[in-house]
Structures are given as C-alpha cells and as structure tokens.
Design a protein around this ligand. Structure first.
Ligand SMILES: O=C(O)CCC(=O)C(=O)O
Ligand SMILES: [Fe+2]
Length: 342
C-alpha cells in the first residue's frame, strides 16, 4: 500500500532543544528525503488554518471584476507597471485553469520594497482598504505567520542535514517570499477548449479527471500550502504513482523546491505535484518561502553534493519563474545581475 503523507506536529521547533524537537526534526527530514511532501500542524498562528479565517483572505475573489483588473500585471494589461506581483486572470486555453494574486514582502512590511529597478522587489498592487476592510491586515498577519514557519522549517532541515541550524537564516533575512491566493473555478464546458487531450486529462483510480494545475516542481526552497477543504492536489511518489494530498483543517502541506534539492545534493526532494479538477470550485493558498534576491547560493558543505558555480538567487528565480504560464512574456524584462561564469 502507498504510505500516506505524514502529518507532523511542529510546536517543538519553536522551543529550545528537546527530545520532542529532535523527533520533529527526524520526521521532517525523513519526509523531505523520502516522498518530499509532509503536512505540519501545531504552530503559532495555526488558527489561520480554519475555514473562517481562510475565508477572510479569500474575500479578494469576490471583488468586482473591475477592481481585480486594477491589480493585473503588465503581461495581462500593458498599461500596468507591475511585472511580477499582482493579479493573474483565468487563461482558458492553459492547462492550469486558475486566477489569483502574487504578493510580496511589502504586504507584511512596506519598507521591504528594496530595489525599484528590480521587478522581483517591486511593490504589490493591493485592493483598496475600503473595498475590502481589514483584508490587508489579515493578509499581512498571514504572511508573517508563514515566514516564521518557513524559518523554523529551514532551521529544522539544517539540523537534519547536520549543518549549523542557522545556516539558512542569513539568506532569508530580507527575503522575497510570495503569498499566492488561487481560485480554480470549474471549467466551462462551452468555452471552446478541447480538454480531452493527454495534457488536459488523466485517468486516476479508473476515472477521467481534468487537470487544473499542470504537473510541476516548485522552483525555490519550501512551499507552505493551505488547501481550503477541497481535494485535488496530488504528489508523485518515489514509485512514480500519483497520490492524494488531502486537505485537512489545522494542517499545512509542505513541499520543497528544485533549488533546495540541488543545494542539498538531492537529499531534500523537490517532488512533482499537480491538481486534478474536483467537483466544485477550489481555493488554495501557497506561500513560497524565499531568500533575498541578492543571496549568493554556493555549494553547502555536504558530502556527495555536486559542486556548482555560485549564483544569485534572483537570477535563478527569474529564469525559472518566468517559465510558468502566469508569468509568460516577461522574461526579457530582467537581465541577470551577475554574468554566468563561462
Ligand atoms: O493549488 C494547489 O494545491 C497547488 C498549487 C501549487 O502547486 C503551486 O502554486 O505551486
Ligand atoms: Fe507547486
């Protein structure tokens, strides 16, 4: 039988060294090195993982279209000045059938917009306070809670790798984490998009299911995902089978990105995942925990890790993130800040 994705209580990660913390570290590392997915619960701010609290954030989807359009990114509306942050609308022809918003650290702390000449550091267009009273404060609080969970998980992973626990902290100080809110509506059967091809549909447990989130591995380090009670997310296990990552209130799904996989010499796995269409609209709230744009990624002192030429996180992120459909057409707008060693 396929083992389920483990749920691990992480309260002890927030305290001083203890046997409970050692157990949590071991469980996290085993999941990171195994299937590359886990679920975590019990942490400060976990009251956000309830339907009522999530609904506070998801109110943004009820804005009138005109107000969402104000938040659009340049690739969807050339009158806008934001390239990387902001709204992405439904793209009916795309395999990933979703709309939503990407928000940066200025949401939690406006002073953290650092480089006006770097789209990765641009301010996030946000709805007016009067349109959604209290929404910004709620989203800012959620962002801060996730940043702290991300920090504690990275410390746990450092310990699990036998590295000093603060190894990753300096990279993430001033980081550019992204809080993304996603809505996946039901596909309109009359939209003229043929979803019968293999890109759009798969057979799962004997049923034909439409894909609404294309198979991918995340780019960066660690992703903290709140699902809003509706199934659909699947992870590819070591045997190459797709297994469900069921939503559960009070838990965050955790998975790891390709950069962490590479940085750790493959000890942490960047697991591929996808979303198959449920019978109802689905919402999810990923938080991509990310370092500073100018963090220099160089080989960690780990046995067996492949050496590589150091590079800047921002350069890597831009190259990789702009391959996703919601970022299409913007790659040329940012040049690497450091020339690649030839
Ligand atoms: O909606 C989900 O559950 C998954 C979203 C996801 O994988 C992503 O945004 O990278
Ligand atoms: Fe993902």
């Amino acid at each position: 039988m396929t083992p389920d994705i483990e749920t691990i209580g992480i309260a002890a990660l927030f305290g001083s060294p203890s046997p409970a913390r050692d157990r949590a570290d071991a469980g996290i590392m085993a999941a990171a090195a195994g299937i590359g997915f886990l679920a975590v619960r019990d942490f400060p701010g976990d009251d956000w993982l309830t339907p009522d609290k999530r609904a506070q954030l998801l109110r943004i989807f009820a804005l009138p279209d005109a107000e969402k359009q104000e938040l659009l990114r340049w690739n969807f509306d050339h009158t806008k000045k934001n390239f990387y942050r902001g709204w992405f609308p439904l793209q009916p022809q795309a395999v990933s059938y979703k709309e939503g918003i990407d928000m940066g650290p200025d949401l939690a702390d406006g002073a953290r917009v650092t480089a006006s000449d770097d789209p990765l550091c641009e301010p996030t267009p946000l709805p007016d306070e009067h349109a959604l009273p209290g929404w910004r404060a709620a989203a800012a609080d959620y962002y801060r809670v996730m940043e702290t969970v991300g920090t504690m998980l990275m410390r746990s992973i450092a310990r699990g790798l036998g590295l000093p626990e603060m190894t990753f902290d300096t990279y993430f100080d001033g980081g550019i984490s992204t809080l993304r809110l996603i809505r996946y509506p039901l596909r309109d059967a009359n939209a003229g998009v043929d979803t019968s091809g293999p890109e759009y549909s798969v057979t799962h447990k004997g049923e034909t299911r439409t894909i609404i989130g294309r198979e991918h591995a995340d780019s960066g380090f660690v992703t903290l995902l709140a699902q809003d009670g509706v199934e659909g997310l699947q992870a590819k296990n070591l045997a190459g089978e797709w297994i469900d990552v069921p939503p559960a209130d009070g838990t965050l799904a955790v998975n790891f990105g390709q950069l962490l996989e590479r940085w750790t010499g493959g000890r942490v796995r960047a697991t591929r995942h996808r979303v198959i269409a449920p019978k109802t609209v689905r919402f999810s709230i990923p938080f991509f925990h990310e370092p500073r744009v100018d963090a220099e990624i160089s080989p960690l002192p780990l046995d067996g890790a492949e050496p590589f030429a150091p590079f800047l996180y921002g350069d890597y992120l831009w190259e990789s993130a702009t391959n996703f459909v919601e970022m299409s057409g913007i790659k040329h707008l940012r040049q690497p800040r450091r020339a690649k060693a030839s």
